[in-house]
Design a protein around this ligand. Structure first.
Ligand SMILES: [Zn+2]
Ligand SMILES: [Zn+2]
Length: 352
């Protein structure tokens, strides 16, 4: 009989979201990985705006209590039967979902809409250990380059969402792009626009700390949306025509309305931040038609976006790790969410 794996001899912990605002660190004895699965020692999990929303008010698709956290990287402790691409000791990074590859949407290349992609999302990354299910191991798990820090590797999922959105937006080098919302996603968009060579990148947001971070991370211009003349300042961009591309990252209907109102004639709007259920956007049909607007609402990501995000992170020239501006231990997780709520941190690395 083989010796028991090392992880069974120590007490592992896993954070559970019991109800909105209430997190508990529980003892966790994971099962041996089944066929196609990986048991991973988590080395870093990142805080995410989606988790913050769920922590505040629950989530329409998630049933509480639930294991929590979905952006992660780590080291393989044990591979289940049939896994040939990974073995114990490998450093890996993964997206927390994967499509089935066979349904109506997958057949059309719209894998982001596959029921499996969102319906079978992996949670439980705020933990010492996590089991990656077979469908994710098969399609959206990658070897982490040795020189890529674990915390930057854990950006794979949010970066995949950004890559998918920008694939739809197709920013061009000569354009002026404006990002609304200076949170982690807004600034990740800014960094990817920069990597795409976009000429002028403007970040419009609120909160002194966030606007300062946007400037520090390389925004060409930062506009405080609370300022009296914010609208006219935006209208003066691009030689007085307004931004060519607006990417909305606040997930608030006001932000969506602003994005629609501020883009130049003939421009594109990307509604990236999902709003609360039951909200609606009213658009001026005259403006939409006679100003020839293109409205895009990308959701989630496809395997090709994850692959592109993985390639970007592996090249090490993006500097996306700069948006992680705090580090806390797993035992401090409750405090992490308080800091996120107060806006004193952009994205926090949670280290077991
Ligand atoms: Zn996330
Ligand atoms: Zn599918």
């Amino acid at each position: 009989m083989s010796a028991a794996p090392a992880y069974q001899t120590r007490s592992a912990r896993r954070a559970m979201l019991i109800e909105p605002g209430r997190l508990e660190l529980c003892a966790y004895a994971p099962p041996r990985p089944g066929p196609g699965e990986l048991l991973l020692q988590v080395r870093c999990a990142l805080s995410c705006g989606t988790d913050l929303k769920a922590w505040r008010r629950g989530h329409p698709l998630w049933k509480l209590p639930m294991p929590f956290g979905h952006e992660f990287s780590g080291v393989v402790i044990e591979a289940g039967s049939g896994v040939s691409a990974f073995k114990a000791g490998d450093e890996v990074m993964a997206a927390p979902t994967a499509p089935c590859g066979e349904c109506f949407y997958c057949a059309r290349g719209d894998e982001n809409l596959c029921p499996d992609a969102v319906g079978r999302m992996l949670h439980g990354a705020y933990a010492d250990l996590i089991v990656i299910p077979a469908h994710i191991v098969a399609r959206n798990t990658f070897i982490k380059p040795r020189d890529l820090p674990f915390e930057e590797a854990a950006l794979l999922e949010p970066l995949s969402c950004v890559v998918h959105a920008q694939a739809m937006a197709a920013p061009a080098a000569h354009e002026t792009a404006m990002v609304i919302g200076a949170g982690a996603f807004g600034l990740l968009h800014m960094i990817v626009l920069r990597a795409a060579g976009v000429r002028q990148i403007v970040v419009a947001g609120r909160g002194d700390a966030r606007l300062r971070w946007a400037a520090d991370l390389g925004a060409d211009r930062v506009i405080d949306v609370r300022a009296q003349d914010a609208a006219s300042e935006i209208a003066r961009l691009n030689g007085g025509f307004g931004p060519d591309l607006v990417i909305e990252c606040t997930g608030q209907v006001d932000g969506w309305s602003d994005a629609f109102a501020r883009v130049r004639r003939g421009g594109r709007v990307v509604f990236f931040g999902g709003c609360a259920p039951g909200t609606a956007l009213s658009v001026d049909t005259r403006r939409m038609h006679y100003d020839n607007l293109t409205l895009l609402a990308p959701f989630h990501y496809r395997p090709r976006d994850v692959q592109a995000a993985y390639a970007m992170l592996s090249r090490r020239d993006l500097g996306a790790g700069r948006i992680i501006n705090a580090r806390r231990s797993l035992a401090d997780l409750a405090r992490v969410f308080e800091m996120l709520e107060q806006g004193t941190v952009l994205k926090c690395a949670v280290i077991p």
